[in-house]
Design a protein around this ligand. Structure first.
Ligand code: 13P
Length: 287
């Protein structure tokens, strides 16, 4: 099966649309498109996954100016890929191992994900970091492996509540970003989406205020500028994640450095997720 790709169009200043290495100059002049991804986590059964994918895909005609992806649980990737075939919604996975194959019982490789039609893979999600003890070094190996095998990582960073309260937010996301992107070339960076997900906002209903989100997103872009130069940094999409819903999406997505959303709970209800997509599509049209 071939990967599902989102469409093309325009938004904001620059964009990571596709990521064939060696075409960084294209990145510099392409607008950043809003990118909304649904992280279904360990939810839904097979029929529910197919139904939700179809409900989102059925509305995909309205999303010509934004990129959309859904990330179901591993067992249903192929079913969801089938439901999305020919639509403007891409397929993503929620995690992977960094080796292509081998004696790693219970793991899933990048080549397997590409084989079932994934375009994206979420890496370094806070639940992986904090529940399954993934280190920055592991996340970095995964990011590099994903890029090597043609997958586009959605790289998550974010601070715990205690870290925010201790005034360490910038320091924490800087450590995570630098370590996770260690060895990633500027040509490959175009394939990477960053997701800022404050851990205290995930699944809690406590969304970051627009000011809090913009401050960290701007900091991340400044770091990317230091690491890769301004032209490249302008092209990287930075999603916000953490209690995004239809009624708060617009206020986040309109921020200068917020280029999309990584949505958990609200992506499990078609109507709610579609509401977020409509908010994004409206903003994209008004650019
Ligand atoms: P919620 O939208 O449920 O807060 O989850 C966010 C998230 O973890 C997306 O990856």
């Amino acid at each position: 099966m071939s990967p599902c790709f989102g469409g093309e169009g325009e938004h904001k200043d620059a964009a990571a649309v596709g990521f064939a290495p060696g075409r960084a100059e294209e990145l510099m002049s392409t607008p950043r498109r809003l990118f909304i991804a649904g992280n279904w986590k360990m939810n839904l059964d097979r029929a529910g996954s197919q139904r939700l994918a179809s409900a989102v895909a059925d509305q995909s005609y309205a999303y010509t100016k934004i990129d959309v992806a859904v990330c179901p649980a591993f067992p249903y990737l192929a079913d969801v890929h089938e439901a999305l075939t020919g639509r403007r919604v891409a397929l993503g996975a929620q995690n992977m191992h960094y080796e292509a194959s081998g004696a790693y019982t219970g793991e899933v490789s990048p080549t397997m994900l590409a084989d079932v039609g994934c375009k994206y893979v979420i890496l370094g999600h806070s639940e992986r970091r904090h529940v399954f003890s993934e280190t920055d070094e592991m996340v970095n190996r995964k990011v590099r492996a994903a890029l090597q095998f043609g997958l586009a990582p959605i790289l998550c960073v974010g601070e715990l509540l205690a870290e925010r309260e201790a005034g360490k937010t910038n320091e924490i996301v800087e450590r995570q970003l630098r370590a996770s992107l260690n060895g990633v070339s500027f040509e490959h960076l175009r394939g990477v989406t960053i997701a800022y997900e404050p851990v205290w906002a995930i699944g809690t209903g406590k969304v970051a205020t627009p000011a809090q989100a913009e401050e960290v997103h701007a900091h991340l872009r400044k770091l990317l500028t230091t690491m890769y130069g301004a032209d490249i940094a302008q092209g990287v999409r930075i999603q916000y994640g953490g209690s995004v819903k239809a009624d708060n999406a617009g206020g986040l997505l309109e921020l200068p450095n917020v280029d999309g959303a990584l949505v958990g709970g609200a992506s499990l209800k078609a109507e709610e997720f579609l509401g977020i997509l409509h908010a994004a599509a409206r903003l994209a049209k008004s650019q």
